[in-house]
Design a protein around this ligand. Structure first.
Ligand code: GAP
Length: 472
C-alpha cells in the first residue's frame, strides 16, 4: 500500500492565491469568463499567455504518454454522447452530491461539507448556525443536460460529459479493431469535461468547465495491481521530472473506501501543496472491468438498448479475444486521470518567486521549466530610437520564430530594466538584447531569467544556442 503522508489542511508554498489570481489577470494568463457581463461562476478563459502555458503542459503530457511509449494510442472523442452511456457508466445514479437547503437564507449547500461552507447571510457562520432550518439532504446530479435536436421532449437530451473516460470505453472495440493492439495497452485523451459543481471555488481549482488528461490502460486482471503501482510512480515522475514541480510539494494519498468513486477498487491521488492546502491534482484508479463490463452486460439485455440506439449491429461486446487462452475476456483498466487546469495552477504556484534585488527593488519571477514557458525568448533593443538597432532586433526575432519551434517576441515599449522585469514575471527563460556593439561585431547579450547572468553570443549561433538551452 502507498503510505498516506497527507497532512490535512496545512498551508504552504511561497504565495497566496490572490497573488496568483492578480498576476494571471494582469499579464493575460487567465480571465473570468464573460467578465463584462459580471462573469459566470466557476468558468474561466485562458488569455494570450495562459493558452500557451496550457498547450505546453498538454503537449508534455501527450508527448510522454503517446509519442514516447509503444503501448499507447490517442483519441479525441466527442463531448456529447448517447445518454445511455451515462446510465450504464453509473453516473446517472451515483454522480451526485447530497445537498441541503437553508430555509432562511435560501442557500444550497453540500450536506457533507457544511463545516467548509458559509451562511449566505453571515459568512462568519456555517449553514444552519444562523438559526435557519436545513432541509433533509437530497441528491443533486452534477451532470449538465442539454437539448439535442429541434424537439424539446423528454428523450431528446444529452449530458455534457463529466469525464472524458467514457469516450475511450465506448470506443474500445473501434480502437482494438483498427490497431490490432494486444493487452496491455492504453488509450490517451485530452479534452473538456463539465460538472455542475455546487460550490466552484479557489480560482481554476474547482470549476464547472475544465480539461482532463486521461489514460485508460487496458490489461489482464492478474496484471492490474502491479500496473497500478507502476502507473502511480510514472505519474509522480511526470509531475516532478517532466513538469518540474518541487517534490516536496507533492504527496500520495491512498483514498479510503468511503471516499472512492463508485467504479474504483483502489485509488491513489497525487496531491499538490496549493496555497489553499494539500489538494488533488491527479487520481490513479483501478476501475477493474466495471466500465467495459457494464457497457457489455447491458448489451446482453438487448431488448432495451436495441430500441434505444436503433442499431442492433452496434451492440458488439467490449471484450478482448485472448489468443493464449482462446477466451474472450473483459479487460481491467488502470486509469491515471489528471486535471489540466489544476496542473496549470500547480505550475504557476510552484514557479512563483519574489526576490529582493541589490538595489532594493522587488523582482517577481516565474521559474518554470523552459518547455512550459509561454514565451521562450524576448528580443529587446537597447535603444528604441536607434533605427539600426531596432531593425537588427526585429530581424533576429523573425529568425528565431521561423520554423515555429519557439515563441519569440519583440518589445521596445519601456526601458531595458523594466522590459527584463516584465519578462521575468511571465517566466520567459531568455532575453536577447541588441546594442551598439551588436552593430559592430554581430553579437548580442543573452540574459538568463533565473540567474540574471548575461553572456555574449554570436548572432549566427544564437538560434542553436537557445534551442539547446531551452531543451527543444
Ligand atoms: N475519469 C476519472 C475522473 O474523472 P476525478 O477524480 O473525478 O476522476 C480527475 O477527476 C481529475 O480531474 C482530478 O484529479 C482533477 O485534477 C480534475 N477535476 C475534477 N473535477 C474538477 C473540477 N471541478 N475542476 C477542475 N478540475 C477538476
Amino acid at each position: 500500500m502507498i503510505s498516506s503522508d497527507f497532512q490535512g489542511d496545512s498551508f504552504g508554498n511561497v504565495t497566496d492565491m490572490d497573488t496568483i489570481v492578480s498576476l494571471c489577470k494582469r499579464r493575460g494568463f487567465i480571465f473570468q469568463s464573460s467578465e463584462i457581463y459580471g462573469g459566470i461562476q466557476g468558468v474561466f478563459d485562458y488569455g494570450p499567455l495562459g493558452v500557451e502555458l496550457k498547450n505546453n503542459l498538454k503537449q508534455l503530457w501527450w508527448s510522454r504518454n503517446v509519442y514516447r511509449r509503444d503501448d499507447m494510442e490517442g483519441l479525441d472523442a466527442a463531448i456529447l454522447m448517447n445518454r445511455w452511456v451515462w446510465k450504464y457508466s453509473g453516473h446517472e445514479d451515483t454522480f451526485v452530491d447530497p445537498m441541503v437547503d437553508c430555509k432562511k437564507c435560501k442557500g444550497r449547500f453540500r450536506a457533507d461539507k457544511l463545516s467548509e461552507s458559509q451562511c449566505l447571510l453571515n459568512p462568519k457562520l456555517h449553514p444552519g448556525e444562523c438559526g435557519g432550518e436545513l432541509t433533509e439532504p437530497r441528491n443533486f446530479n452534477m451532470m449538465f443536460k442539454t437539448q439535442v435536436g429541434p424537439v424539446a421532449d423528454e428523450d431528446s437530451f444529452a449530458y455534457l460529459r463529466p469525464e472524458t473516460a467514457q469516450g475511450i470505453f465506448v470506443n474500445f472495440k473501434n480502437v482494438l479493431d483498427s490497431t490490432n493492439r494486444k493487452l496491455p495497452f492504453g488509450v490517451a485523451q485530452i479534452g473538456k469535461s463539465f460538472r455542475n459543481e455546487i460550490t466552484p471555488r479557489n480560482f481554476i481549482f474547482r470549476v464547472r468547465e475544465f480539461e482532463q488528461m486521461e489514460i485508460e490502460y487496458f490489461c489482464r486482471p492478474e496484471e492490474a495491481e502491479a500496473l497500478f503501482e507502476s502507473w502511480v510512480q510514472e505519474r509522480l515522475d511526470f509531475w516532478v521530472n517532466e513538469v518540474g514541480l518541487k517534490r516536496e510539494n507533492l504527496k500520495l494519498y491512498e483514498v479510503p473506501d468511503n471516499e472512492r468513486a463508485h467504479y474504483s477498487r483502489r485509488t491513489v491521488d497525487i496531491f499538490y501543496h496549493y496555497p489553499i492546502g494539500w489538494e488533488e491534482l491527479e487520481g490513479i484508479a483501478n476501475r477493474t472491468d466495471f466500465d467495459l463490463g457494464s457497457h457489455s452486460r447491458q448489451q446482453d439485455q438487448l431488448g432495451l438498448t436495441a430500441q434505444v440506439i436503433k442499431n442492433e449491429h452496434s451492440t458488439e461486446k467490449l471484450t478482448y479475444f485472448d489468443h493464449t487462452t482462446n477466451r474472450h475476456i473483459v479487460p481491467w483498466v488502470i486509469e491515471p486521470s489528471a486535471g489540466v487546469d489544476r496542473g496549470v495552477l500547480a505550475v504557476l504556484c510552484d514557479a512563483y518567486d519574489e526576490e529582493e534585488l541589490e538595489n532594493g527593488e522587488k523582482r517577481v519571477v516565474l521559474r518554470m521549466k523552459p518547455q512550459l514557458a509561454p514565451i521562450k525568448v524576448a528580443v529587446l533593443p537597447l535603444k528604441k530610437n536607434a533605427p539600426e538597432i531596432v531593425a537588427m532586433a526585429k530581424a533576429i526575432k523573425d529568425d528565431l520564430q521561423r520554423g515555429g519551434r519557439m515563441r519569440a517576441v519583440y518589445d521596445d515599449t519601456a526601458a531595458i530594466g523594466k522590459l527584463y522585469r516584465r519578462q521575468d514575471e511571465v517566466g520567459t527563460p531568455f532575453c536577447v538584447t541588441v546594442d551598439f556593439k551588436s552593430l559592430e561585431d554581430r553579437t548580442v547579450t543573452v540574459r538568463d531569467r533565473d540567474t540574471m547572468l548575461q553572456e555574449r553570443v554570436a548572432v549566427d549561433d544564437l538560434k542553436a544556442y537557445l534551442l539547446e538551452k531551452l531543451g527543444l
